[in-house]
Ligand binder design. Sequence first.
Ligand SMILES: Nc1nc2c(c(=O)[nH]1)N[C@@H](CN(C=O)c1ccc(C(=O)N[C@@H](CCC(=O)O)C(=O)O)cc1)CN2
Length: 975
Amino acid sequence: MLSRAVKRASLRRFSVPQLRSVTLSRSSALNRTSQFLYHTLSGTKIAKSIRDEANQEIEQIRARVPGFKPTLKIFQIGTRPDSSAYVRMKLKSSEESGVHCNVEKLPENISEVELLNKIDDVNKNDAVHGILIQLPLPKHLDETKITNSVLHTKDVDGFHRYNAGELSKKGGEPMFIPCTPNGCIRLLKEAGVNLRGKNAVVLGRSDIVGTPVSSLLKNMDATVTVCHSHTTNLPEILSQADVVVAACGRANYVKGEWLKEGAIVIDVGINYIPDSTKKSGQRLVGDVDYESAKKKASFITPVPGGVGPMTIAMLVQNVLLAAKRQLSDSNKTPTISPLPLKLLNPVPSDIDISRAQTPKKINQVAEELGINANELELFGHYKAKISPAVLKRLENNENGKYVLVAGITPTPLGEGKSTTTMGLVQALTAHLGKPSIANVRQPSMGPTFGVKGGAAGGGYAQVIPMDEFNMHLTGDIHAISAANNLLAAAIDTRMFHESTQKKDATFYNRLVPKKKGKRTFTKSMLKRLEKLGIQKTNPDDLTPDEIKQFARLDIDPETITIKRVVDVNDRMLRQITIGQASTEKGFTRSTGFDITVASELMAILALSRDLKDMRQRVGRIVVSANSTGEPVTVEDVGCAGAVTALLKDAIKPNLMQSLEGTPVMVHAGPFANISIGASSVIADRVGLKLVGKSKAADKDAQTGYVVTEAGFDFTMGGERFFNIKCRSSGLTPNAVVLVATVRALKLHGGAPDVKPGQSLPAEYTEENVELVKKGVANLCKQISNAKQFGVPVVVAINKFEADTDAEVEAIRTAAKEAGAYDAVATNHWAEGGKGAIELAQAVVKATEQPSDFKFLYDVDQTVEEKLSSIVKKMYGGAKVEISPLAQKKIDMYKEQGFGNLPICIAKTQYSLSHDAALKNVPTGFTFPIRDVRASIGAGYLYALAAEIQTIPGLSTYAGYMNVEINDEGEIDGLF
Ligand SMILES: Nc1nc2c(c(=O)[nH]1)N[C@@H](CN(C=O)c1ccc(C(=O)N[C@@H](CCC(=O)O)C(=O)O)cc1)CN2
């Protein structure tokens, strides 16, 4: 067809231009009066100016952001000489522009899967901003599939279906415009042409040039005709064309005679034709017959030196654009779209409220928060893990504001700390438009199916979907169970083997066996040798004495502190006998189970700064003493590596959302009785960077908030948060929110006891300001406790239906007199974030106050001094009475070098003292320390003031009895 068109065209007569010149002003193109001048559009020159501009811009940005390094990755598959030449040109041009370019040449026969994996790796690499696959690809590779596999935000070629689709839409917004079409348009702009209403003819309809260039011309209001191999009347069409873009891949195909007088000709063709005058025997020509066309054209691009160099310059421009976008995204305040609430009165059950809300897909929550797709691992639609790689990417960001929610001395009904945490973030983000993240603990399934119920809020201030939140989540607790039980098995097995293999040499040979004729020490073994002061690395070099020292851990079974764990309130496992099978040769031992969240590994998960820190902490766990009283560690047992390996995913914080669609990180959940009862250091670090401002942030960028919670009351959760967690993390809160209720203060004021499941006495359901005024002393003591750390305190009065204005006012007045920065009533349980707006405003202001953070004690004080500091300064006690057992342990820990650790005191949460019956603000009491234990890996000693149950039981009427699953797979009966 095309040849017929050529024939017909060649029969026609065209007027021949008579004068040629290159001096015409560009702006007069198409409007000029003379018909006989033409102007060469030099792509080479324009490309050079684009490279220079890119260079300058990169330098300017680098002056502000030193790490700014636009980077392009090119994959070339096979060894086509033309592709190699183009790739070389791209590399050179990038270097000249200050863009870093890495070329990876892959074999012609690479499989599609291998190539896709390679692309995926670079998609995930934040240090790479642009990815280009040099085309054409070998036949066995699907070009569409490959080009679509490049992340559209890194698709500097503009070939991804997202970019191609957006380009073809009216008003579409492609991330990138393909380089050659973009170069053509830039050339037209250089010619000063106004395309509106002009006739533009595009020859060729390829995905790379013809189709996108026609979209661009159309978007610039030209009337576009696309011609191709089936077009029959080409010369006729061309005779009407004000602009011609020739991209048909035929050497010298378009003749000058076909062109309209004064047309602008953009020649995209790259064709080699034989030329005996050239050394190479060939010559490069375009799709337009230059010699005849220049007689008609007002502007014409040469080949070489026209569109080709522009293609490469536009690539550089696209890479710079991608890098700038990444930078600006990291400089923006996260914009979190809230989910609307449909409030009902009376407030339905937590699970009904959760189920009535349609959550956002978790990748949307992540995207809004500024988490990259490659930093997210999805667990279904509503949960995901966040890679700690975020920390590296955002290391130059300032931290956001850090807020701790703690409580007064509670009633057994709980005063709503988690609900307040959730209400506060919902108010901050969904109602005040400030980015925030709630960092909460993962609930243990023990209480979920026991009596207490789940965690993280309730009513219209909760984490959703609440059933997924309360059961399994992403398996972190199960991973801890597996890791802990591996350790427990390793300890007992080691004792078994040591006891059954009497000869040191035989035992050593089995412990360090030859593999392929060679024996090597594992990393743990080398650490044990180092601990023993044996400076040998070759297993064959150890003397019999050293072998004995090294191989025999000589664990004293009476001192083993590691129990097996399970995430069920299975009281029958409190004490068990292991090793009863005949295969264990009489090696039986009495031990027991703890609930998983009471394990030291859970505390380690909460306190580790990163994976490396976690590995070291796991290695340091003291599992027992040996027969001479020296500590035996997990490193000695040889399984610190494996235990940490089992936790490699658990260390990644989990992302969920609040009922109003604001981000929530759920991570770790150490038992508040004997541990810190707070979520993880790593989640707080990640969260503070995500909501913190970049150093090069936009002027209007605002800092965000991480709101986290400390279990039990302030004397326990708050004190441990500051003295243990903050010591591990190096972070210090900007404000403390103290949650109080009228109910709890009435209890402290002398009202009768309250019990879960029983109706409240009249003192609680009727106004009684006097009781509140008496009990408010407890709140005032907790305010002064929090203020001892030098941080502003805001009191949140979590309102219940029966509370009266006079009661609330009594609390507000007393709190302010006691030095609280502010005290506000909240109604988030019934109203969601709307009910906590005033609290959020007070918290925002409080975090802007100067703070003067200080720890309560110095870790280098003696254990006795540290205990005394906590008891006197926090609890208001007169003195500490240390039992002989506790003193013996303290002396032992000091002797072992563990005396300089912070201390966690396990006591009742229902009194400031050790005695739950002593309400309000008891003073002058003697605080008993019955026992002291050590969590060396987690990094603290814990002192017991009471017998603490480390695996709770189930009641006759337990939570699990309510739980059902319906035919749709939905869960009923969870609280
Ligand atoms: N991934 C891509 N592959 C291919 C593209 C593309 O844009 N992206 N386009 C073409 C080839 N190409 C770039 O890769 C390209 C071709 C020619 C030139 C160029 O500057 N040509 C010079 C002459 C060079 C010579 O002497 O051979 C010129 O016109 O002056 C640049 C880029 C296919 N593949």
